[in-house]
Ligand binder design. Structure first.
Ligand SMILES: Nc1ncnc2c1ncn2[C@@H]1O[C@H](COP(=O)(O)OP(=O)(O)OP(=O)(O)O)[C@@H](O)[C@H]1O
Ligand SMILES: [Mg+2]
Length: 372
């Protein structure tokens, strides 16, 4: 670590630790090192004969879902199941060059992780003896950026959609009214067949109106009523509305509702969110499966979490970023507005919505600040 001692010295001098108190300075240096070594995932890679060896800290093991074990280990053996990080470590080590802040990402069981990697080569008597890798996780920032981009796209689409929906709604209302009058007249005259046609047309118009309502939901500003909402009650209420669907498709519904604080929400909008997620879960399973509705409270973040989990086929990871886009659908008769609306509503109330899926089954989690 060529210039580390001098920059550390500089750092400590800036901290006001100059002077002759060597003990204090050494103590501070050790504390800084201890802090860094504990906080940042690190691994030291070196070579003995043909073998690549490594020594990791507990934070590295945690980040890469490995069992932590101190001491010198065989790199190939430890990282056998992680080809991405294995080739990064060995490739960089072999190049004998360091770098700062290289972006790297990998999949964990629970999430996609983005890290910035620093590689520092270690020399002794001008000989490269190994490379230290330090990792800084930046998944939160990446997620934030993706969310912001999506919100931006959504608000443009939302504005357009709102304009169109608004313009189309009025003529639709008149058409609906005239068709209803026509339908009554036809009934009076006993023209059954023709009345059947107008009734069909009315049903289609109702479908269009429903779509227009959804488009309007996507757009700002929406009027809502803020109240303290008991999410467990709402989850049960909305799930009840889907019981018959679940029954038809042989889907077992499980509840894991914990005692959670109330959240500040518009009840009807929240019902809409739950409805969309539950419908998606049922649609994903088609016939037979399990849907689990759960709530919990994350006290450290003061967040109420509501989850809808299904045992359907899951969402392939290349679609992760697209499913929340308005009009993205993989269903023959889907409009692709369900999740865009969910996201729009949840953001409106200061919350977040996330999807996790690992090949099989999907979980949508809504995180909302508690109202306390
Ligand atoms: N629980 C789930 N399991 C698997 N895929 C899902 C799940 N929920 C959503 N998806 C995927 O995300 C896409 C978008 O969902 P979204 O609810 O926005 O629209 P949709 O269900 O296709 O149509 P709409 O909700 O407007 O009727 C779906 O078409 C599907 O590919
Ligand atoms: Mg849907």
């Amino acid at each position: 670590m060529g210039d580390t001692p001098s920059s550390m010295q500089h750092f400590l001098e800036n901290l006001g630790l100059q002077g002759s108190d060597v003990d204090l300075r050494n103590f501070a240096v050790l504390e800084v090192l201890r802090f860094t070594v504990n906080i940042y995932p690190m691994v030291f890679v070196f070579q003995k004969g043909e073998k690549h060896l490594m020594e990791m800290n507990a934070a590295f093991a945690e980040l890469f879902e490995l069992t932590y074990s101190p001491g010198i280990l065989d790199t190939n053996q430890v990282l056998d199941a992680k080809p991405g990080i294995l080739s990064l470590l060995i490739g960089t080590f072999s190049e004998k060059k360091g770098y700062l802040s290289h972006l790297h990402y990998f999949e964990r069981i629970d999430r996609l992780v983005y890290v910035l990697v620093d590689a520092q080569i270690i020399k002794k008597d001008e000989l490269h003896i190994g490379t230290v890798f330090i990792f800084r996780e930046i998944s939160n920032f990446v997620q934030l950026e993706t969310d912001l981009l999506r919100i931006d796209r959504l608000s443009t689409i939302g504005k357009m959609a709102a304009g169109i929906a608004h313009e189309v709604r009025n003529p639709m209302t008149s058409i609906r009214g005239f068709l209803q009058m026509l339908s009554h007249d036809l009934l009076d005259k006993g023209w059954e067949k023709q009345k059947g046609y107008t009734d069909l047309a009315l049903l289609e118009i109702d479908r269009v109106n429903e779509l227009l309502n959804q488009l309007l939901l996507l757009s700002k500003p929406v009027e809502f009523v803020l109240e303290d909402v008991d999410v467990n009650e709402l989850v049960k209420e909305v799930a009840k509305l889907h019981e018959s669907d679940a029954f038809i498709y042989q889907i077992q519904v499980n509840y894991r509702l914990a005692a959670v604080p109330k959240v500040k929400m518009d009840e009807n909008m929240f019902k809409q969110v739950l409805t969309n997620l539950i419908r998606n879960a049922i649609e994903a399973m088609e016939d037979s499966g399990e849907m689990t509705l759960s709530t919990r409270y994350e006290a450290d973040k003061d967040k109420v979490v509501i989850e809808v989990t299904d045992t359907g086929p899951g969402v392939p990871s290349y679609l992760n970023d697209r499913i929340f886009d308005a009009f993205f659908t993989t269903k023959e008769h889907g409009t692709g507005l369900g999740l865009a609306i969910c996201q729009r509503i949840v953001h409106e109330f200061g919350g977040h919505i996330r999807m996790t899926s690992k090949g099989y089954g999907t979980t949508f989690s809504i995180l909302l600040p508690s109202s306390t």
